[in-house]
Write a protein of this length. Structure first.
Ligand code: HMG
Ligand code: MG
Length: 285
């Protein structure tokens, strides 16, 4: 098994979408430009969702227009529907992502659709993207626990992940959206999913609400997962405030992976710089 692990940087999207303060586009651009020097291959920088639902992501087109694109870096955007897809393509996103849930409660709360309806919404996006050879990533949320429906059945995660894979998502990112997963529940979930989707097409996306994200990453490494989503500075919540954590912090994942003997290709000094920048952008800083 390869000793190389990729971290997909989420800070400018998953991190900033949770901030209470309206962050100026110039600050978002400065963060992305700093991250572009760190050695990431993929950075999620934008989200073309309804500004009524997520006002923090308004201005995503301006962010994509304003950043200095580093060669070899793919700048990604979330697209919940065809409107978002059209806007993302017009803004020059290098890849897009559709996002589904393994639980009905979160699907309804997040995108106002059942799981089945959301998949139907994604089909034309995947067809249109295939026609212009635009890579599409897929997310499955609530892979172990849902804030509305409780524990998630691993077979249900496997079914949704397989559906996205078969529709053409080049990678499916498995989200512990509320950070309640444990190494045991993550391992059970992965055992079910890897029966239906090759592990080389999977990524782990773990929020750190309970401080177990690094343990969950280690459990996932043991099952062959080699891509993990993370956000510099633990953006999206405070890693020191129980119950308020967001994405697992990129610099913590980097240090943990290096400690385990994996290579990420990232420049730690730039990560620290970006983490300080991200911390300064927080509402509570
Ligand atoms: P809806 O209200 O059912 O949709 O929302 P609608 O078609 O009735 O549209 C409502 C209004 O939004 C309309 O405007 C539309 O034009 C507009 P109005 O006529 O009222 O003025 N609209 C849009 N505007 C801009 N861009 C668009 C767009 N679509 C409609 N693309 C909808 C359905 C999907 C749009 C909504 O529920 C939505 O935007 N949800 C996004 C929620 C979200 O972004 N959540 C966070 C990202 S997911 C996540 O964080 C999880 C992840 O990190 C993995 C994990 O951790 O598990 C990925
Ligand atoms: Mg997330």
């Amino acid at each position: 098994m390869s000793q190389s692990v990729e971290i997909f940087e989420m800070g400018p999207r998953d991190g900033l979408q949770n901030e209470k303060r309206a962050i100026p586009v110039a600050e978002k651009i400065a963060l992305v430009d700093c991250l572009s020097r760190a050695g990431f291959r993929r950075i999620e920088v934008a989200s073309f969702v309804s500004p009524k639902w997520v006002p923090q992501m308004a201005g995503s087109g301006e962010v994509l227009a304003g950043i200095s694109r580093a060669p070899g870096v793919s700048y990604a955007a979330l697209t919940p529907n065809m409107r978002g897809y059209t806007d993302a393509v017009a803004a020059g996103a290098d890849e897009i992502a559709v996002f589904a849930s393994a639980s009905e409660g979160f699907s309804r709360a997040n995108i106002n659709a059942s799981i089945t309806e959301s998949i139907e919404r994604f089909k034309p996006i995947l067809q249109a993207a295939a026609a212009i050879k635009l890579p599409v990533r897929g997310y499955v949320s609530c892979v172990t626990d849902c804030p509305f429906d409780g524990p998630t059945d691993p077979d249900q995660v496997a079914l949704v992940a397989e559906t996205l894979h078969l529709l053409g998502c080049y990678e499916v990112s498995l989200g512990d959206t509320i950070g309640q997963g444990t190494p045991e529940t993550i391992s059970k979930m992965l055992s079910a999913v890897t029966k239906r989707v090759p592990v080389s097409h999977l990524a782990g996306h773990y929020h750190d609400t309970s401080g177990r994200a690094l343990d969950n990453i280690e459990a996932s490494l043991a099952q062959g997962v080699r891509v993990f989503d993370a956000a510099v500075g633990g953006l999206g919540g405070c890693p020191y405030a129980p119950g308020a954590a967001g994405n697992v912090a990129t610099e913590a994942v980097q240090d943990h992976l290096v400690g385990l003997g994996y290579e990420t290709g990232l420049d730690r000094d730039v990560l620290v710089e970006a983490a300080e920048m991200a911390q300064a952008m927080r509402s509570d800083s």
